[in-house]
Design a binder for this molecule. Structure first.
Ligand code: GLY
Ligand code: MN
Ligand code: MN
Length: 462
């Protein structure tokens, strides 16, 4: 947790962006896994964490624009709770930690909100994403769940996105801590990437590193020799000589900031010539993206530049043909690179995605493309100093997508389908770094995880 001034200042900034009414921010509750007292690991809501800082279940915060007060709602623990949980701070003490002096029992939240509604005051909420909180909202606002969406406030969403998009120095420090854990996770995976090793064993070991040094992985670990399946959570295979192990994993720091990196590791360390040719194209696309990303540049342009690097490379290898600019304009690269170049990162690995991807990644100036591939780009708008985002190009050979495009003759003027057919058992390569937009361009957060073929080989064999 940061100093209480951090949270007081954030709430003050939020107030200035909202014209009138009450802002309600619900923290998360415990959520049962298979019976009520066996819960999933508790994860606080990121918006609540950002403005109220408390990593404790069952709280709610209110920022009242008219009376100028910030209030915390929750319940003190009784002696029965303390017998099971040990000594706990009171609600008043929790409030003091984050600069909130007005604290109230949970049951008063509904009274406060219903009274405000009866006076015709506006209630601003963010889109709920957990069913427990939808039920809480029904109770405290007093409407059925179908009507809750009318309380979701675009004004509040935009204000929160404005604030959370620009990372404060204390947040960058936390992201760097998550990066340091991520570094350890990836280097460990590289050292374990020997033929005969189980994917499961590597996935479990690096998940342990994230838990031992932070809180947990920042998202379920993606680790597979079938990297062509973009989010492959199946870890059931044994590593084979000649395989490419794609590891997309990150850590959540103790204060819940994320890292998110991908490396693709040749089992036993050595890329074949064919693998190296594709690997170096992806590497060139990452490096070019980090080099050109800067404040004022739309991330859509950085995405398209990465697509062009990949396309030019695939043309030189004979997998694509024609003019690279025209191929990218027609979306032909998306047969190989069917996802976006990256996304914002912070308290969430896909930062603020609960608020709506288009509010976070697009604006009045730049709207989302509807072309296959680029349509998946989560962040397209102009970059600003203080943004933290991922750069994660890839090249994949997805048999089902190949069959569809080939049979429908999609972009056949740009793709050498016969040549691509020789790569259908290749798998996929993705490389992902996290960057901060600085006054002079962009810098990679954390110590860069080994990424050149030589660095990766050396690490696998170390
Ligand atoms: N959560 C996977 C990624 O965005 O890289
Ligand atoms: Mn990732
Ligand atoms: Mn990512």
């Amino acid at each position: 947790m940061f100093d209480k001034i951090t949270y007081t200042n954030r709430r003050l900034k939020l107030r200035k962006k909202i014209k009138s009414g009450l802002i309600l921010l619900l923290g998360n509750t415990e959520s049962p896994m298979n019976y009520p007292s066996n819960t999933f690991r508790f994860r606080q809501d990121s918006n609540f964490l950002y403005f109220f800082g408390l990593d404790v279940p069952n709280l709610a915060g209110i920022i009242d624009i008219e009376d100028g007060k910030d209030s915390l709602y929750g319940d003190d623990f009784d002696i029965d709770d303390i017998v099971w949980m040990g000594p706990q701070p009171s609600l008043k003490e929790l409030g003091e930690q984050v600069g909130v002096l007005s604290t109230h029992p949970s049951k008063e939240l509904a009274i406060k909100l219903k009274h405000a509604i009866s006076l015709g005051r506006k209630i601003h909420i963010l889109p709920p994403y957990r069913s427990e909180n939808i039920l809480r909202l029904e109770k405290v606002i007093g409407v059925g769940q179908d009507l809750i969406k009318y309380y979701t406030s675009k004004e509040l969403i935009k204000a929160v996105v404005d604030l959370r998009s620009i990372k404060e120095p204390c947040e960058i420090e936390e992201i760097e801590k998550a990066s340091a854990i991520g570094y350890q996770m990836h280097v460990t995976a590289m050292k374990m990437a020997k033929a005969g090793m189980k994917e499961l064993q590597i996935a479990g070991t690096i998940e342990g590193i994230s838990c031992a040094n932070g809180t947990m992985p920042s998202f379920p670990i993606i680790l597979s020799q079938h990297g062509e399946t973009l989010h492959n959570h199946d870890h059931s295979q044994i590593l084979k000589e000649g395989g490419l192990l794609l590891v997309d994993a990150g850590a959540e720091s103790v204060s819940h900031y994320a890292s998110d990196n991908t490396r693709t590791i040749p089992v036993n360390g050595k890329l074949t010539q064919k693998q190296k040719e594709i690997y170096n194209l992806v590497l060139a696309a990452v490096n070019n993206s980090v080099e050109i990303a800067k404040a004022g540049m739309p991330y859509l342009n950085v995405h398209l530049a990465a697509a062009k690097v990949i396309t030019e490379g695939l043309i030189s290898l004979g997998l694509m043909k024609g003019n690279a600019d025209e191929a990218v304009a027609n979306g032909a690269h998306a047969l190989f690179f069917p996802h976006g170049l990256g996304h914002m990162m912070g308290l969430d690995v896909h930062d603020m995605e609960d608020l709506g991807e288009d509010y976070v990644g697009y604006d009045d100036e730049i709207s989302r493309s509807d072309q296959f591939g680029t349509a998946s780009l989560r962040l397209g708008r102009k970059l600003q100093e203080g943004f933290v985002l991922t750069v994660e190009p890839g090249i994949y050979f997805i048999p089902a997508l190949f069959e569809k495009w080939k049979s429908e003759k999609i972009n056949q003027g740009f793709i050498n389908y016969d040549k691509v057919a020789e790569y259908l058992d290749f798998g996929g390569i993705r490389l992902e770094d996290d960057i901060l937009i600085t006054p002079n361009g962009a810098r990679i957060l954390g110590k860069r995880i080994p990424i050149t073929p030589e660095e990766v080989e050396k690490t696998v064999l170390s």
